[in-house]
Design a protein around this ligand. Structure first.
Ligand SMILES: [Zn+2]
Length: 142
């Protein structure tokens, strides 16, 4: 059959990875890649990989800025969500970020409330001053 001859040689390992996706590694023997034909070796390297992954989580992420507003927190949380879904962030780190983000949002709210109150008090003082000045001016003009 000519079709059979046109069929390309097996390009990838026929096993599936632990995440259920087909293994993309080059076949080593029996249609299996180096790791899948030698599970013992794979376990060893997997442990190394786990350690390596932990290290990447510990290295500082690029473009880390201090969130200074509710908008910054929103952006940070949105980025974290995307990173988790793409597998670029440790979910544990993400839940910490989520927790901190919520606390930060509450702190921003409180700070904003405080500032608003301060402004109101200042305005109140100014109005009282103006009132008194106005009274004394009225008295002087009498
Ligand atoms: Zn494989």
């Amino acid at each position: 059959m000519p079709l059979k001859r046109l069929k390309p040689p097996l390009a990838h390992c026929k096993a599936t990875t632990s995440s259920g996706k087909p293994c993309r590694a080059k076949p080593h023997k029996g249609g299996l890649c180096f790791f899948h034909s030698d599970p013992q070796k794979a376990a060893e390297l997997g442990q190394k990989g786990g350690r390596r992954n932990r290290n990447t989580y510990e290295t500082p992420l690029p473009h880390v800025t201090v969130p200074e507003s509710a908008g910054d927190v929103k952006r940070m949380l949105a980025e974290a969500m995307a990173d988790i879904r793409a597998g670029r962030m440790d979910p544990k780190l993400a839940s910490t970020l989520g927790y901190l983000g919520m606390s930060l949002l509450r702190a921003f709210e409180a700070a904003e409330f405080e500032q608003r109150l301060e402004r109101l008090e200042q305005r109140d003082d100014l109005e009282k001053q103006a009132e008194q000045t106005g009274k004394s001016e009225a008295r002087d003009n009498r």
